[in-house]
Design a protein around this ligand. Structure first.
Ligand SMILES: Cc1ncc(COP(=O)(O)O)c(C=O)c1O
Length: 232
């Protein structure tokens, strides 16, 4: 959940004649428009928020250099065969119609959940850009229209607590993807990052008790109640 100063990085890259590319999957174009900050390319896994329903896999690349897009990028597309199927494109188109309303709700729910977690005695740390306590809060506020639906938190008690907690979850779905209307929960140490060396994992902030939450658009009380009962 760390934030980088996109404008400052693009400026450095331009000075050195280096192209910049940003993965804007987490905020979506509704919350953050990187072209405004001088980025050359934007990529999205549209599988996530842009679709919003976890029912199609696709991705996009957007470039401001028309010539580069029409030649090198297009040729690479053609050679690799990365075209999306018509059905997946249609599902994505349907999802896009509700992007704005979904994102507003994702942000609202995530903020409430982050504030709930921050006050909880079983939680060591909450990583959400919308919290004043987050080291990148001011930067995120400057760069983004809102703070998005992704957050993580660290349970006291490490691996044991993490596994126990996950086994008690009822309402949220245990899943490694993100950006769905449903709340998705992940314990990296026992799932997605189980094969990553513990030292390396921890160096990157993925501690034994870390839980990742992709906050959905459900009634926020349902999500909080589920987290609360699992912690109990
Ligand atoms: C931020 C981000 N970008 C890109 C991807 C890749 O997405 P896809 O699996 O749709 O290719 C992911 C997948 O988890 C992601 O989280």
């Amino acid at each position: 959940m760390a934030c980088v100063d996109i404008k400052a990085l693009s400026k450095i890259a331009k000075k050195r004649n280096v192209k910049t590319i940003i993965d804007n999957t987490f905020p979506t174009p509704y919350l953050q428009q990187p072209f405004k900050f001088g980025v050359d390319f934007i990529i999205h896994s549209t599988t996530k928020y842009l679709n919003g329903h976890g029912n199609s896999i696709a991705g996009i690349i957007i470039g401001r250099d028309k010539e580069l897009m029409e030649q090198k990028v297009w040729q690479t597309f053609k050679l690799i065969g990365t075209n999306v199927s018509p059905f997946e494109a249609w599902i994505l188109g349907n999802g896009l119609k509700t992007l704005e309303v979904r994102m507003d709700r994702h942000c609202l729910n995530a903020q409430k959940i982050a504030e709930f977690l921050e006050k909880n005695k079983k939680v060591k740390k909450v990583n959400y850009n919308g919290l004043i306590s987050h080291p990148d809060h001011d930067l995120a506020k400057k760069q983004m229209n809102n703070f998005g639906g992704m957050l993580s938190f660290e349970l006291k008690g490490g691996l044991k607590s993490g596994i126990k907690f996950m086994n008690k979850i009822q309402f949220c779905s245990l899943a490694p993807t993100l950006g769905d209307v449903d709340t998705l929960i992940l314990h990296p140490a026992s799932s997605s990052h189980i094969n990553v060396d513990k030292k390396l994992r921890e160096k990157n902030g993925i501690t034994d008790g870390l839980i990742r939450l992709s906050v959905g658009i459900e009634s926020v009380e349902d999500i909080i109640n589920d987290l609360e009962q699992a912690m109990a």
